[in-house]
Write a protein that binds this ligand. Structure first.
Ligand code: NAD
Ligand code: UDP
Length: 331
């Protein structure tokens, strides 16, 4: 691997929530970065602060379409390819399930063959969703999961499972040097107000005085990781020089119920929003918590940001008055 200060990195999904933070982290280490994005859920304003950065470029494109010719025509040697391209929020990835599945399968294949052709290291942003509604708790990387292959979440869960299969097959055939992160629920600044995931929903609802929507009875659990901790895990996993370690869980093992999360946000914002119950979505996992023993051992990584500190900075970010993206103003 090259030193960060001379390497060229392609970040597919670079205009999204996680992708834009990854671009920042790579640039701060001296890398040259190209973000490739179709702007389905990503936003140009996530990258606006990089407009004058000479080591940064944005390509508008869909990873489902062939891409190596266009990238090769730029006469750049790419050292690393990060595949973060895929809508991650249930309402967004279910809006066009066929595109979601093709993004994970055809898109990942396109990026893998591109990485193979330029001898770049490849990183797949996989997900805890590959464990489905888990029967093993906390979830270790050796657990195969409990996924409904035909339900409304399958376009995402099964798509990511197939993306992992492709990535592992490229490793077995020695066609690419690969890394796979299984990401657990992550939150922080630059989530969209209309993202639909629980942290952004609850914060925006609390700030604008709207009802807080809890799906089901709120007893289902999740474990929330702050974005800077996760990106640090990405960087360490990509820089790992040993043999392919298989998939690695990255997430914060502190588990809480969705009801508890809402109570914490209500207390931190001082909001008088009411909590209202809504139907639990089909196949919504009952509980989720990462076992991060492998990440600790392999990468010396564990999250450092407490939930209260992470929520505080996320609430502050959503409270800022930005006229351009329709976020709520603090009540
Ligand atoms: P996001 O929706 O903010 O970002 C996804 C980005 O990919 C967007 O910029 C979108 O426009 C782009 N994109 C989608 N389909 C594309 C395509 N076919 N071609 C090109 N660009 C495309 O979501 P995020 O939270 O930043 O998630 C990033 C990655 O991390 C995703 O692959 C997601 O599955 C994975 N992940 C995220 C979480 C989380 O909690 N945020 C958890 C598990 C896994
Ligand atoms: N959820 C909720 N209210 C919301 C949005 C989500 O109660 O406004 C629930 C959702 O049903 C799930 C949990 O919060 O049980 C986490 O949902 P999210 O979409 O954030 O992540 P995922 O389900 O993909 O883990």
């Amino acid at each position: 691997m090259k030193n960060s200060n001379s390497k060229y990195v392609l970040v597919a999904g670079g205009a999204g929530f996680l992708g834009s933070h990854l671009c920042d982290a790579l640039l701060s280490e001296g890398a040259h970065v190209i973000a490739l994005d179709n702007f389905q859920t990503g936003r140009k304003q996530n990258l606006r602060h990089l407009e004058r950065e000479p080591r940064f470029d944005i390509l508008d494109g869909d990873i489902i379409k062939p891409l190596s010719a266009r990238l090769r025509s730029r006469r750049l040697k790419i050292d690393e390819v990060f595949n973060l391209a895929c809508a991650a929020s249930p309402p967004h990835y279910q809006a066009d399930p066929e595109h979601t599945m093709l993004t994970s399968v055809v898109g990942t294949h396109n990026l893998l063959t591109f990485a193979e052709s330029v001898h770049a290291r490849f990183f797949l942003a996989s997900t805890s969703e590959i464990y489905g509604d888990p029967e093993v708790h906390p979830q270790t990387e050796s657990y195969w999961g409990n996924v409904n292959p035909t339900g409304p979440r399958a376009c995402y869960d099964e798509g990511k499972r197939a993306a992992e299969t492709l990535t592992f097959d490229f490793d077995r055939a020695r066609r690419a040097d690969v890394r796979v992160a299984r990401i657990f629920n992550t939150y922080g600044p630059r989530m969209r107000a209309d993202d639909g995931r629980v942290v952004s929903n609850v914060i925006c609802q609390a700030l604008s005085g709207e009802d807080i929507t809890i799906y089901g009875d709120g007893s289902q659990t999740r474990s929330f990781c702050y974005v800077s901790d996760l990106v640090e895990g990405f960087m360490r996993l990509m820089a790992y020089e040993g043999p392919f370690p298989g998939a690695v869980n990255l997430g914060n093992p502190v588990e809480l119920t969705v009801g508890n999360l809402a109570e914490r946000v209500l207390a931190m914002t001082g909001s008088s929003s009411r909590v209202v119950k809504r139907p639990l979505p089909v196949d919504d996992p009952r509980r989720r918590r990462p076992d991060i023993t492998l990440a600790k051992k392999l990468l010396g990584w564990s999250p450092r940001t407490s939930l209260d500190a992470g929520l505080k900075s996320t609430i502050a970010w959503f409270s800022e008055d930005r006229a351009d993206d329709g976020r709520p103003h603090k009540v």
